[in-house]
Design a binder for this molecule. Structure first.
Ligand code: GLU
Ligand code: ASP
Length: 495
């Protein structure tokens, strides 16, 4: 098996803004993958609750928002499977390729007007495909640089810009196409995007990526393979039997599936923590790091609870409660989904500059995490003002949404770019291959909670809803501020 040095040597080390040539391929693979994901997501909730006459599925809004949330939860949970397959069976590069294929098929399923069956088929394909692709693309980025390469962080920052550039452009295009034609033409744009991404990925791959991500790092031996195959077949049979029993006893409904996956989405991170904490491979000092990571994990979960509602609860709110007319033009509601990535792209360099200027005086990771919750909380609390002044009935100005999204992004920039590196540093070394999945589990847990909050939104007033969740976030901010010295101590010399 190739060593780290051999892999780094096999990758042309310049050719893309002073970065390895392969960064060009991976940047655009992820750009187009996120283009397809966020483009689809920008119109999906509208497709679900729009009337059948308008080409939608006619679901009620709370159900649509719950499905969106559980879908998002599973999209990030499946990274566990994707990471494992890359690590033990296929190698990262091949896993990414198959992920891309599944994602294209997933978007194509929605391009066909086929009702709920095609919606669910598409979701399953995209959940699996994204799990195979997304965490693995990031890990090949890491593979291209030597451990001590000073360009590494900058490489990841460029990559992060690719994510958000894709997320910025697609809602504009998909939203406009959906308005001009229909939902299915919109979804086919997402499929085309992923197809371009897959082309960019495979084109001259050998020259650009060398040996990076080619072989599984920890391949299964024959015995392991046989025993896992047996367990897998047994699990499939058990799940199939349970589904049949649930269907026959009338328990299989959208609601019960949503509730089931809410529980799974919350149990998954707990199980991973217990597994890491009790593992013999985890050293004493690493246990202390893991304890420090728990409050950071909870903080980031609370943050994503609010951030992710931008494309579910707030997306529905934009459509039904804001005044989108500008003269004779009606702004497509989907366009608002471009605001978050637009703010990210424009403000990320400012934040990077501030941290460089502050150098060692910059706030510690726990403090940055804490403040992300303050901004997220205030982004919801300010929504109480239009809720009151409009009496919950009159249409509100879309500028409230712009302001709310802006505040979320300030919080996002305090947490998201440092989150993965904090996870990498705090997870026990024996679990290095799982750290990417561990970080994504914060988004999994958040959206599992959102699946339940979506039902709450339908039951209480807007003032109560924004007040409770915004208030909870601010409260957690205060708790985190108090805890931060303890967390820093437990983190040892890691900042
Ligand atoms: N918005 C970023 C992305 O799509 C981060 C997602 C997350 O960590 O939940 O890559
Ligand atoms: N800011 C998100 C991410 O970094 C994108 C989005 O929510 O549109 O990809």
């Amino acid at each position: 098996m190739a060593t780290k040095e051999e892999i780094v040597k096999s990758v042309p080390q310049t050719g893309f803004f002073g970065h390895p040539k392969g960064l060009f391929s991976l940047f655009f693979t992820e750009f187009w993958e996120r283009f397809s994901y966020y483009g689809m997501k920008a119109i999906l909730i509208y497709f679900m609750y729009d009337t059948v006459q308008n080409g939608g599925l006619g679901l009620d809004k709370a159900t649509a928002a719950s499905i969106m949330a559980i879908y998002g939860s599973l999209v990030y949970m499946s990274g566990i499977i994707g990471g494992w397959i890359a690590d033990r069976i296929l190698g990262t590069r091949r896993t990414i390729f198959w992920g891309g294929i599944l994602i294209i098929l997933g978007h194509l399923s929605l391009a066909i007007p086929g009702g709920l069956t095609f919606l669910f088929a598409s979701m399953i394909l995209i959940i699996l495909g994204t799990g195979l692709l997304k965490p693995n693309v990031s890990s090949v980025v890491g593979d291209m640089y030597a451990e001590d390469d000073t360009r590494r962080d900058a490489g990841f920052n460029i990559f992060y810009m690719g994510i958000n550039a894709g997320a910025f452009i697609s809602p504009l295009i998909v939203g406009a196409v959906q308005k001009e034609y229909n939902y299915h033409v919109g979804f086919s744009i997402a499929a085309i995007g992923m197809a371009i991404g897959l082309f960019m990925y495979t084109h001259k791959q050998k020259q650009k990526l060398g040996l990076a991500g080619l072989e599984p790092k920890n391949p299964l031996n024959i015995q392991e393979r046989n025993s896992i195959l047996k367990k897998f077949i047994a699990a499939v049979i058990i799940v199939a039997v349970l589904v049949v029993i649930a269907a026959m006893s009338g328990m299989l409904s959208i609601g019960s599936v949503v509730n089931f996956f809410t529980v799974i989405g919350l149990l998954a991170p707990i199980a991973v923590f217990i597994w890491m904490f009790t593992s013999k491979k985890t050293k004493k000092e690493e246990k202390s790091h893991l304890l420090a990571y728990i409050p950071l994990f909870i903080t980031s979960t609370m943050f994503w609870v609010i951030q992710e509602q931008g494309s579910t609860i707030l997306a529905a709110y934009i459509d039904t409660r804001t005044d989108l007319t500008m003269g004779s033009f009606k702004i497509p509601a989907a366009w608002f989904q471009s605001l978050n990535p637009l703010f990210i792209i424009t403000m990320a360099p400012i934040f990077a500059w501030i941290w460089v200027r502050m150098g060692k005086r910059q706030p510690s990771t726990p403090i940055k995490f804490a403040f992300s919750l303050l901004f997220a909380g205030v982004s919801f609390l300010i929504m109480i003002i239009p809720a009151i002044t409009s009496g919950g009935k009159e249409l509100i100005s879309p500028w409230w949404i712009v302001l709310s999204f802006f505040l979320v992004v300030v919080g996002e920039l305090l947490m998201s770019p440092v989150g993965l590196s904090a996870t990498t540093k705090l997870a026990p070394a024996a679990f290095a291959a799982q750290t990417m999945s561990l970080w994504f589990l914060t988004s999994t847990a958040a959206q599992a909670l959102n699946a339940q909050f979506a039902k709450l939104f339908a039951k209480i007033t807007e003032v109560q809803y924004f007040g409770y969740l915004g208030g909870a976030s601010v409260l957690l901010f205060l708790v985190m501020l108090i805890l931060s010295p303890w967390i820093s101590k437990k983190m040892g010399n890691i900042r």
